[in-house]
Design a protein around this ligand. Structure first.
Ligand code: NAD
Length: 260
């Protein structure tokens, strides 16, 4: 039977794919016909472990250590991949939260210094811009590409105590809308997925605990997300199944906040 989300042998680069949602995305790309999956992470051992999982599925994987907040790292990764296997057809900007440190508990915004904002803005906004800057020349030359950025409902509806993060994610979504308009003529699409609380090594809350129950109250589907919830949407937006979709942000959020 036809797989409507078949990736037809493209090379897919997933940032921050050493664990959590990014790892799930990388595995789904491999399962759905990517010819090569490039696993970027700040931590090399994490990237290598996910590449081993991908290769066990019979798909080529490349571990690409690098910091997405550094444009030179992204340019190096893209050049190495293009030399090894050809152009990158899919980019998933997944690296996020507050960078390699995961989620950092912050003080009230009105007590913060700008250096604290950089943790969120660096990876969630500049990281996305850097990766898009690095892959676009190859996608434009090939006249084919799909870019997916993982944002957050924090960027759609705002989250108290996560002001800089909310702003960075909203900024990334705005950036992606503009990129969609700039590169549509080259057959390159750009979309976002807005996640709500998803269980990953960084975000671990017991659904049966008091705090877990309180957090779940606004969710129509009364559970936290699994990494694969986001990964399934990422494969859809990376594939030709979404050929007529660009410039959009799709919530994958258990109904936490509704899109109109
Ligand atoms: N988990 C959630 O509840 C949730 C909710 C909304 C949005 N998100 C977003 O989903 C994405 C994935 O979240 P997660 O919880 O799976 O993440 P995570 O923190 O569990 O894993 C992120 C991975 O990215 C890597 N990374 C971090 N900064 C990096 C950098 N500068 N360069 C390269 N790699 C880097 C980390 O080393 C880590 O392996 C993020 O963009 C996050 O903001 C997550």
């Amino acid at each position: 039977m036809e797989d409507i989300v078949d990736l037809k042998g493209v090379t897919a680069l997933v940032t921050g794919a050493g664990q959590g949602v990014g790892r799930a995305i990388a595995l789904r790309m491999a399962q759905h016909g990517a010819g090569c999956v490039v696993v970027n992470d700040y931590f090399e051992d994490r990237a290598e472990a996910v590449v081993a999982e991908i290769e066990a599925m019979g798909v080529r994987g490349i571990a690409a250590q690098g910091d997405v907040t550094k444009l030179d790292d992204l340019k190096r990764i893209v050049a190495d991949v293009e030399t090894a296997v050809g152009p990158i057809g899919v980019l998933v900007n997944n690296a996020g939260n507050m960078g390699p440190a995961g989620v950092v508990r912050s003080r009230p915004f009105w007590e913060q210094e700008p250096e604290e904002w950089d943790l969120s803005l660096g990876v969630n906004l500049y990281g996305v811009m850097n990766a898009v800057r690095a892959v676009l020349p190859g996608m434009i030359a090939a006249e084919r590409g799909a870019i997916v950025t993982i944002v957050s409902d924090a960027g759609r509806v705002g989250e108290p105590r996560l002001e800089a993060y909310s702003g960075a994610k909203a900024g990334a979504a705005g950036f992606m809308r503009a990129i969609a308009k700039s590169v549509g003529r080259y057959n390159v699409r750009a979309n976002c997925i807005a996640l709500s609380a998803t269980k990953t090594p960084t975000i671990q809350v017991d659904e049966d605990s008091d705090i877990g129950k309180k957090m779940l109250a606004p969710y129509i589907i009364r559970r936290f997300g699994e990494p694969d919830d986001g990964a399934r949407m990422a494969v859809f937006l990376a594939s030709d199944a979404s050929a007529w979709i660009t410039g959009q942000t799709y919530p994958v959020n258990g109904g936490y906040a509704l899109a109109v």
